[in-house]
Design a protein around this ligand. Structure first.
Ligand SMILES: Cc1cc2nc3c(=O)[nH]c(=O)nc-3n(C[C@H](O)[C@H](O)[C@H](O)COP(=O)(O)OP(=O)(O)OC[C@H]3O[C@@H](n4cnc5c(N)ncnc54)[C@H](O)[C@@H]3O)c2cc1C
Length: 425
């Protein structure tokens, strides 16, 4: 296993760092003070498009966003909380990392500057992994091609959560009923990132709630489809820059072609495994996105640690063993969490199972990042708690990292199944 990166990616990360310093952090603070998401027409989004950002990572044709061969890279020693020096670049074994590792590295860098803004970035976002995991070539072409060289900021969204189904994804109640050559969807969704501005939303529904996971289907619901509406932006304690939105589906009719993967994908040809294709597609998406969420948590944690470290240095507190030991411990935990994220991503690029590692990364990173934010708040004290201090914002931003894409408790259940034989329910 090796995590060396090529010069191209190192350059890209360096330019994102510059963008982060100059634009992402200030725009994130602006949204936090305003208390609402950046509007879709915010000039920052058009600026990102001009920089070549806000695009799909899908290359076209049969590409599934996965590499065929395990990449060969060298291990780099992380010397600091910073990004680029953690990788060795150059030499004959200098490799272009796979899409998962690239995604993890970029996610951490962006979240270091502002995780809310990172999620607000135009692009297919969480809508992309299910398209790559389950979509037919025609569906990828139809829905992802507009994100290849977008002529305007475009977003997509992912809607699994419902008011009565969060951790228990098998319990979703949004119904999908066959009707002629299409489907009729009815239900309520909540907390879907960027949903009201999305060109399309991957909506998870069930053909029969009594079937549990086997009843799951995923549909691409396009903006403007009659019956899709009632968008409401939820209130959040942090991550204000992007919208988390509830919406409803009322007799919302979608054509056959929008059933992700087509009927064949869900056909009960080979028993239970095939019948759970919809649920498995969702889980495959999570295996791709959990290491990225972990990496984003590491990014927020590093920002908190750097803020705490700067304060301790300024106040000449580094000689105090109580302060020094806590700073060291958090440094160590963030690096360990980062390695878990990298390994989970490396396995994904190598097309090897990463369920356990994705859960480990997702469980460890938010906990370490929360510890970093708590330390920062405690160290900076009164000044930090007054509001409008970066550490206070990071403290509010970080909690959601434990919740999204499966809470810490849920990751522990998943890990216990693998490590100590906890039976499935
Ligand atoms: C900022 C933010 C962004 C989000 N973005 C999206 C998005 O884009 N798309 C989307 O579909 N969803 C999104 N979500 C929803 C998110 O996935 C859910 O909030 C999450 O899955 C938890 O569900 P819940 O909030 O309903 O909590 P619940 O499932 O009600 O859980 C409540 C508590 O009980 C614990 N718990 C539940 N079951 C178990 C168990 N079996 N064992 C042990 N403990 C358990 C949980 O860990 C939690 O602490 C987002 C949420 C947030 C906060």
């Amino acid at each position: 296993m090796s995590f060396a990166i090529d010069a191209g990616l190192a350059k890209r990360l360096a330019s994102l760092r510059e963008l982060g310093r100059a634009r992402i952090r200030p725009v994130g603070l602006e949204a936090d003070r305003a208390g609402h998401p950046l509007p879709p027409e915010h000039p920052f989004f058009a600026e990102l498009l001009r920089l070549g950002l806000g695009r799909t990572r899908w290359l076209g044709g049969e590409d599934t966003g996965q590499e065929e061969e395990p990449p060969q890279r060298r291990v780099g020693e992380p010397p600091a909380s910073g990004g680029e020096r953690d990788h060795r670049v150059g030499g004959e074994r200098d490799h272009k990392p796979g899409p998962a590792l690239t995604g993890v590295l970029i996610s951490e860098e962006l979240a270091y500057w502002d995780r809310g803004v990172a999620v607000a970035f135009p692009g297919p976002g969480l809508g992309e992994p299910p398209l790559l995991a389950m979509g037919t070539p025609a569906q990828r072409e139809r829905f992802l091609a507009p994100f290849r060289t977008p002529n305007r900021p475009r977003w997509a969204s992912f809607a699994m959560t419902e008011p009565g189904a969060g951790s228990d994804v098998a319990g979703i109640r949004t119904s999908a009923r066959r009707d002629g050559n299409g489907w009729v969807l009815n239900g309520d969704k909540s907390f879907a990132a960027n949903a009201s501005r999305a060109d399309w939303i991957v909506v998870w529904a069930t053909v029969d709630p009594t079937l549990g996971r086997a009843g799951h289907r995923a549909f691409v619901v396009e903006r403007g489809t009659p019956g899709l509406g009632d968008f409401k932006i939820e209130k959040k304690m942090g991550l204000k820059a992007y919208e988390s939105t509830s919406f409803t589906l009322r007799d919302c009719r979608v054509p056959d072609g929008n059933l992700l993967g087509g009927e064949a994908h869900y056909a009960a040809a080979d028993g239970r495994g095939a019948r759970q294709a919809g649920f498995k597609g969702a889980m495959q998406s999570f295996n791709a996105t959990r290491p990225m969420i972990g990496a984003m948590a590491v990014g927020i944690g590093r920002a908190a640690l750097d803020t705490a470290l700067a304060f301790a240095r300024e106040q000449d507190r580094l000689g105090d063993p109580r302060v020094r030991d806590r700073l060291e411990r958090i440094h160590r935990k963030l690096r360990a969490a980062r390695l878990l994220c990298w390994r989970a991503a490396w396995l994904a690029d190598a097309r090897r199972g990463n369920v356990l590692e994705a859960s480990m990364a997702k469980a460890a990173a938010p906990a370490a990042a929360l510890e970093a934010a708590v330390l920062g708040m405690e160290l900076i004290g009164e000044v930090g708690g007054r509001g409008d201090h970066l550490i206070e914002k990071l403290f509010r931003d970080v909690k959601a990292m434990d919740i999204v894409e499966g809470t810490g408790q849920i990751q522990r259940v998943l890990m216990a199944r693998q490590l100590v034989g906890l039976p499935r329910d």
